[in-house]
Design a protein around this ligand. Structure first.
Ligand SMILES: Cc1cc2nc3c(=O)[nH]c(=O)nc-3n(C[C@H](O)[C@H](O)[C@H](O)COP(=O)(O)OP(=O)(O)OC[C@H]3O[C@@H](n4cnc5c(N)ncnc54)[C@H](O)[C@@H]3O)c2cc1C
Length: 388
């Protein structure tokens, strides 16, 4: 039977017809194109690159951006899109998040006219792929410590350093790379094949297996001055991109949670133990399902409110921190509870639950760990920074 969503509190009545239409388009794409292949992709440790052109055609990349071939969706529509993609797999949503929020957004916001014209239409259609290099081997939660440097040499910049854990790294035609310069931190567009630029994939992942994760190395890598993002001044510019991506993650996690909840609910009604009674007839089982649906419903309302604030230009990074932190933790807890309710079957990939659970471990860590977002919220409510 086709998936009809999880809507305990008539959440859909808060959505417009256009918003529901965007969600339906994404849902159909995931049902028809992702669901049939994702288990094998995960087994093989392969990102389904063959879906990129179709996702571009459907307007999934940079969907909440305006102009240059972008769909110009509202932030609610964009959030609903991310939710459906992540119901398919966190790797698919990660691809779209990186492409839109971490590559197209900085080019649109901090790029030159030439950079926008060169890259945005191609990234929007999926003809080109991008990645975002901020994390380094020694600097994850604290990117301000980064060692990667960019030195001006005439009309060129010379980059040295290493970035790691980079989603889409080896797929990317262009990398948005953050580096120290004499004037502070800056953003640079490093194109595939630039001299001194090499990429190697990270293997052995037990999470995000249907996603490409790479390390990028720069050894006297020379790029023209025209590839510096002229308006990206300071680490604030990099962090502003992360706020965009975290917003999508906050919605995406709901999709993974819903898939796990729905799977556990159906299973508990069907699975019989003790006197041929469904396990759903036991109070301990019902309590878990009640917890899940309550938390999913609260997460939906949180996402909707942050989305509305974002559409009004009132969403603060600390609001987005609450959304990302709460919804990802909620989704991970739902996945773990669902895994439990499925018993031994829960550990196989016959069911999507363990795949989501493993993915969500990454989602909890990337784009600011759960701890770091607690500190952002803590600073917002006390005025005292506690990062060090
Ligand atoms: C699958 C995947 C994809 C990724 N994609 C990208 C990408 O595309 N681009 C990119 O730039 N990066 C990417 N990352 C990197 C990601 O953003 C970092 O892993 C993340 O920022 C955490 O950094 P770290 O792993 O170095 O952990 P660390 O910073 O070493 O943290 C380890 C632990 O210490 C805790 N900790 C650290 N500092 C504090 C503190 N002050 N107070 C309390 N606790 C603290 C953390 O919360 C965490 O629990 C990706 C990571 C993964 C797993």
């Amino acid at each position: 039977m086709a998936y009809r969503g999880v809507d305990y509190l008539h959440f859909d009545s808060l959505l417009s017809a256009e918003e529901r239409l965007v969600r339906q388009t994404a849902r159909q794409f995931v049902e028809e194109r992702v669901a049939p292949i994702i288990r094998d992709c995960y087994r093989q440790g392969r990102f389904p690159s063959e879906l990129i052109p179709e996702m571009g055609e459907l307007g999934f990349f940079g969907a909440n951006l305006e102009g240059y071939g972008c769909a110009g969706m509202s932030n609610i529509e964009y959030g609903l899109l991310m939710e459906e993609l992540e119901r398919g797999d966190s790797g698919l949503r990660s691809f779209a998040s990186v492409q839109g929020a971490l590559v197209m957004y900085p080019i649109l916001t901090y790029g030159s006219q030439e950079q926008k014209q060169c890259w945005l239409p191609r990234l929007a259609s999926g003809a080109a792929v991008g990645c975002f290099g901020l994390t380094e081997p020694g600097f994850g939660s604290n990117p301000g410590g980064m060692l990667t440097s960019a030195r001006r040499d005439g009309q060129e910049w010379v980059l040295n350093g290493e970035k790691t854990w980079i989603t889409n790294g080896s797929l990317a035609d262009v990398a948005v790379v953050w580096a120290r310069t004499e004037e502070g931190f800056g953003g640079f567009l490093v194109e595939r094949g630039a001299p001194g630029y090499t990429v190697a994939d990270i293997h052995g992942k037990l999470s995000m297996r249907a996603s490409v994760t790479s390390s990028l190395a720069f050894a006297d890598c020379r790029i023209p001055e025209a590839n510096r993002l002229p308006e990206a001044r300071g680490l604030k510019a990099a962090l502003s991109c992360l706020t965009q991506a975290r917003y999508g993650i906050g919605w995406g996690a709901i999709g993974a949670a819903k898939e796990c909840y729905e799977c556990a609910r159906e299973y508990s009604v069907m699975r019989k133990q003790f006197d041929n009674r469904p396990i759903a007839s036991h109070q301990l089982v019902q309590e878990k399902l009640a917890w899940m649906i309550t938390e999913i419903t609260k997460a939906q309302l949180l996402a909707l409110q942050v989305g509305r604030l974002k559409d009004q230009g009132r969403a603060e990074p600390a609001h987005v921190s609450m959304l990302k932190r709460n919804n990802v933790a909620m989704a991970l807890d739902c996945a773990r509870l669902a895994r439990d309710l499925l018993g031994a079957n829960g550990i196989t990939d016959e069911y999507p639950v363990m795949r989501h659970m493993c993915n969500l471990e990454s989602v909890k860590t990337y784009e600011g760990t759960d701890h770091i977002h607690a500190l952002v919220i803590g600073e917002r409510v006390t005025g005292v920074a506690a990062y060090r």
